[in-house]
Design a protein around this ligand. Sequence first.
Ligand code: NAG
Ligand code: NAG
Ligand code: NAG
Ligand code: NAG
Ligand code: NAG
Length: 363
Amino acid sequence: MKNMTALLLVLHLHTLAQVLLLSSFTAVESRCILFNFGDSNSDTGGFSAGLGFYLGPPSGRQFFHRTTGRFSDGRLYIDFLCQGLKINYLSPYLESSAPNFTHGVNFAVAGAATDPSVTFPLSTQVLQFLHFKNRTRELRPQGQAHTEKGFKEAVYSFDIGQNDISMAFTANLSYSQVIEQIPSILSRIKDALKTIYENGGTKLWIYNTGPLGCLPQTLALRKRNDSEIDDNGCLADYNNAAKVFNAGLLSLCNELNSEFKKATIVYTDMFAIKYDLIANHSLYGFERPLMACCGRGGPPYNYVNRMTCGQPTASPCPLGALFVSWDGVHYTEAANQLIAAKILSSKYSKPQVMLTSLCKDSN
Ligand SMILES: *[C@@H]1O[C@H](CO)[C@@H](O)[C@H](O)[C@H]1NC(C)=O
Ligand SMILES: *[C@@H]1O[C@H](CO)[C@@H](O)[C@H](O)[C@H]1NC(C)=O
Ligand SMILES: *[C@@H]1O[C@H](CO)[C@@H](O)[C@H](O)[C@H]1NC(C)=O
Ligand SMILES: *[C@@H]1O[C@H](CO)[C@@H](O)[C@H](O)[C@H]1NC(C)=O
Ligand SMILES: *[C@@H]1O[C@H](CO)[C@@H](O)[C@H](O)[C@H]1NC(C)=O
């Protein structure tokens, strides 16, 4: 009996090792390079590394089986994109313990916004990139560093703006006051894109912002009465503000597409992708699109301030795959996998460019 258990354990470890080997084999196929800028939606551990913040279990339980600083039960959409691009998961720029920047760098940090008052605003992430590029030039004579061509052929992705909008709402600004903030958010995004372009980036991949009115946190903390919700139970003001921002971002992308002669600028409709998961949740096998898997308080939202996922006062649902939201703000691995598949399909992108063809070896 005892031997049997030991044998099963060995078999299990063996399979695990094979999986690990396979994933590292596929990863070296491609020479695509991705530099990502953003907030917790695409933070692969930057906040944890940068602030020494311990994101406790059960985060990571679905895939990594340990906490990695990702706000999810497993992989983020950007991890699934890396798999699709056949590159390693991106190391956070701020990770000092054995980062691997061969296939790019992730500058995204949870809590980031364009607003310069946050800890790692977009402008700082861009400066970090410029620092990285300068250091790379210095290190090039020693080999193993990105070439100028690598920087030129890399894809630069941006997923930012959600925290700017939600911060405006939580500061108790009225809807119209929130809308008045949007031009300055867009102008800071424009500055960032311009700096990347002026420093040799030609492939800019820009996500709009998701339906933040559908987040369990937003609904639990901000909904006052049922007249404020839309057809799918989401807070209409929050989603409308996101849509106004997104329309502005699309015009900005169109404007820059004609201004930056050498650039390809692709706008991807994250709002439509995420809203589809919520509106058509049963099609995707989700039972509770507006309820956090990991939280406190039970239906309808399972979200209570200061008793959020990762704290001892919160507990997770048994099956994350039945939920869109992991912790009330961030998506489950199951949702992230669908999000990535939709991004890779190019159906939500303007122009309809495949990320896999944009980010490829040009050597
Ligand atoms: C980083 O990743 C690349 C691609 O998978 C690999 O070839 C390289 O050996 C790794 N570098 C280190 C220091 O592990
Ligand atoms: C990068 O180096 C250039 C000079 O080569 C300098 O002007 C610039 O300020 C540097 N940027 C950073 C962020 O270090
Ligand atoms: C916003 O309003 C709520 C409810 O009136 C209040 O509890 C909260 O402290 C206010 N927040 C700010 C930042 O003023
Ligand atoms: C519900 O909230 C909206 C928006 O704040 C407000 O205009 C409306 O009067 C409220 N309705 C009720 C029944 O309280
Ligand atoms: C839900 O799915 C249907 C059928 O695929 C699609 O036409 C519709 O646009 C989806 N709804 C949303 C909000 O994406």
